[in-house]
Design a protein around this ligand. Structure first.
Ligand code: R1P
Ligand code: URA
Length: 233
């Protein structure tokens, strides 16, 4: 049955759903990598697809930008559509010099400047972590494919623009690899609903060098991350 934000039938989603922020990235992934992909939801043009990858059913759906938007879709997917594994596949801005443009990062934890997890956790600070079993699965697959990925903590922010000037230095100091806008909320939702979650990111911006990928590449060229995700799931 439909929700306010997803107009799919009850059984439309597979237990594993890949979650890019950009709905056109979801469309690209479905059309490029999945067999028999069908668009199962299009409310607000937040496109979601289900198809098969090497014979296994899998879904991919956009979440929009930022934690409030991502939280709406993640919550409805687990509550109403039985999704058990939420895998964010996003872009990010690197804050460490050794992390380069186009590198793939596996976010094993996410700090945040958002208040969303405090609201969820009675005012306390929630340790937002990926599901260890999924982290292991991604690492094993990356090793088997001889693919180099960075594993570490990220920072999920509410603000793409105009963060305090000292922010990057603080993040660097605490070993944060990159900044993005959804993982912390996604990990808290997964914990609350007892489902699995992980977040893979491709470095689209470098916040130290100001290098940046064009928007067309953010939509279509995250092949390394997508292929790793599909072969690990
Ligand atoms: O590329 P996506 O998955 O949207 O992720 C990143 O890009 C958006 C900002 O440009 C934010 O959603 C951020 O988290
Ligand atoms: O949140 C984000 C995503 C991509 N690049 C950034 O700099 N920040």
């Amino acid at each position: 049955m439909s929700t306010p934000h997803i107009n799919a039938t009850t059984d439309a989603f597979a237990p594993t759903c890949l979650l890019p922020g950009d709905p056109l990235r979801a469309k690209f992934i479905a059309e490029t990598y999945l067999d028999d992909a069908e668009c199962v939801t299009d409310v607000r043009n937040m496109l979601g697809y289900t198809g098969t990858y090497k014979g296994d059913r899998i879904s991919v759906m956009g979440t929009g930008m930022g934690m409030p938007s991502c939280a709406i879709y993640a919550t409805e997917l687990v509550r109403n559509y039985g999704v058990k594994r939420l895998i964010r596949i996003g872009s990010c801005g690197a804050v460490q010099p050794e992390v380069k443009l186009n590198d793939v990062i596996l976010a094993n934890s996410a700090s945040t400047d958002s208040n969303m997890n405090r609201q969820r956790f009675g005012g306390l600070d929630f340790a937002a972590c990926a599901t260890p079993r999924l982290v292991q699965q991604f690492l094993n697959t990356a090793d088997a494919n001889q693919q180099d990925i960075a594993v570490g903590q990220v920072f999920s922010t509410d603000s793409f623009y105009d963060s305090p000037a000292s922010r990057i230095e603080q993040l660097q100091h605490m070993g944060v690899l990159a900044v993005e806008m959804e993982a912390a909320a996604l990990y808290a939702i997964a914990a609350q609903y007892k489902v699995q979650a992980a977040c893979l990111l491709t470095v689209s911006d470098h916040l130290l060098t100001q290098e940046s990928l064009p928007s067309s590449a953010r939509q279509t060229s995250f092949n390394e991350m997508v292929e790793l995700t599909l072969s690990a799931c």
